[in-house]
Design a protein around this ligand. Sequence first.
Ligand code: NDP
Ligand SMILES: O=C(O)C1=N[C@H](C(=O)O)C[C@H](O)C1
Length: 277
Amino acid sequence: MSGADDGEQAMIKIGILGCAGRMGRALLAEVDGSSRALLSGGTVRPGASPLVHTADGRSFADSIDEDAAALFARSDVLIDFTSPKASLDHLALACSHEKPLVLGTTGFTADQQADIDDAARTIPILQAANFSLGISLLSSLVRQAARALGPEFDAEILEMHHRHKVDAPSGTALALGRAVAMGRGVDLDEMSEKLRDGQIGPRVPGRIGFATLRGGDVVGEHQVIFAGMGERLVLSHLASDRQIFARGAVHAALWLATRWQEDQTPGLFDMADVLGL
Ligand SMILES: NC(=O)C1=CN([C@@H]2O[C@H](COP(=O)(O)OP(=O)(O)OC[C@H]3O[C@@H](n4cnc5c(N)ncnc54)[C@H](OP(=O)(O)O)[C@@H]3O)[C@@H](O)[C@H]2O)C=CC1
Ligand SMILES: O=C(O)C1=N[C@H](C(=O)O)C[C@H](O)C1
């Protein structure tokens, strides 16, 4: 593809960190099928096989290995859906190579999140706990509902995911909790209630409750319940195909890389920035 003089956009080279995982494989398929992106390669954990198969039967082995630094060097933008520890290593590489990073990993501690916020002063980072279009819209609806209903309506957030998920509550549930807190003008850390067991007493007014379910192959389901006296408002999102997250992440990577090529300014962005919400 040429580019500049015929008005076409240049292809963006995307590297996939942790490309053998559930999301990594979905991302390989998505980048491979994109008309705007070239796959610059992927990483696997040291010692793991570099041969990766996607759900639709495609096989990838070229430029897949354990050398994350080399992948950073040959990519315009990197996408990371791994684990908090691996993501922090990748964050350091993104800073030293001055490359934009799309972060989909969830389950960061407050200290790890502070490191991400710091790095965003040097490079552009797009972080989202959920790359689906539906959740981006749901977050703004939840904020609006929380503002309109006030704390007299008890807010409870319920999520269910597949049996392999290792963090709880899900990053999306926490983001929806932040949307409730923002709508009410309170701090989620002060108001959240994540554990209930035994003689817990009546519900404390104003708290934002979380409940976690795990099982089978559930891709990702979230409900935000506003329970009042005599009525309940239930807002929900059901993901039935993991590919929606990969599609959103690749769209975000193209947006972030283009932005970086145009103005070289760092910052921490989310899907609302990409979608213009
Ligand atoms: N933001 C969003 O829209 C979404 C976010 N997620 C989040 O993405 C993350 C990953 O989820 P999922 O794909 O289901 O998990 P998986 O466990 O299937 O995938 C993670 C992959 O990362 C690999 N990995 C870990 N460390 C390294 C490393 N240092 N170098 C290279 N590869 C590494 C793992 O390898 P190994 O198996 O050898 O350990 C594994 O293949 C989770 O935090 C999840 O919550 C998931 C879906 C959507
Ligand atoms: O681990 C998953 O699978 C998912 N994780 C994300 C989260 O923690 O919110 C997003 C999605 O629901 C799938």
